[in-house]
Write a protein that binds this ligand. Sequence first.
Ligand code: SF4
Ligand code: SF4
Length: 297
Amino acid sequence: MKQIALISGKGGTGKTSVTAAFIQLAKNAVAVDCDVDAANLYLLISPRNQRRSPAAFMSGYDAEVNKNRCISCGKCVPICVFDAIARDEADNKVKINHLLCEGCGACVTICRANAIRLVNKQAGESYISNTRFGVMAHAKLRAGEGSSGKLVAEIRKQAFDIAQSENNDFIILDGSPGTGCPVIATLTGTDYAIVVIEPTVSGIHDAKRVIELCRHFKVGVMAIINKYDINPAMSEVIERFADRENIKVIAKIAYDKIFSEAMKKQMTVVEYDKNSAAAASLVSAWDNLVKSIWLTY
Ligand code: SF4
Ligand code: SF4
């Protein structure tokens, strides 16, 4: 079983459309949406029937006031550098703004009445669902929560357990754009990263940064140049760069409005029009990827 992550240095490269097509073409893959901050893979492969109830994702701490113990001394209010504690006009005791509380515990230490304690906080939910292409692991991080890397690690573990028990050939991961925590959690332990690059100055700049990250984590790197024909000269720059870096370009895909049309219909490009040039490029990219993996191992 191989784990393949689709990543991009920036948003808007068409990465999720490529990911969805690969999940379809793999025929025997567990899909993972690692973009837990702004998930959109579900738009294309529509997870419908949950295989189990959503699991609470607990991360970090939240302060909780026991008003029966609070003696209204007010000492905790100025100690909170996040301004999460305020007087409660209703009873002159204090209340916590849970959106602002960072769970640092300073208020617990200052309160001599033992009226405040830290409790585990639910930061999101994880799901295991069925889709028309197989199983999908996905998640929702609650607004303002910052444990995206941990949540990605959590759903990847669930996907791995399923792939092992159900003999899947692939786990295909849709990574988030950029080089932050969720991308690091997506790359850790992954066999291959496919970097989807668009031929713009920012496209290549951001792709280089994410490729450095792949190298750091010793993940095999391949590339797809999407919309290569919007700037052929820049596409050549990318190809020369890939050549120097020993990165195989498994596809050059032309700009095609079929990508947005398929997305509007909540279909992969290959489903939407299997006879289109875009679908042929995606099929060829998947074949090249599988051949490259086969040659490596
Ligand atoms: S320090 Fe404790 S007792 Fe004082 S106001 Fe805060 S919660 Fe109440
Ligand atoms: S735990 Fe820290 S952030 Fe939360 S209310 Fe107490 S002092 Fe403020």
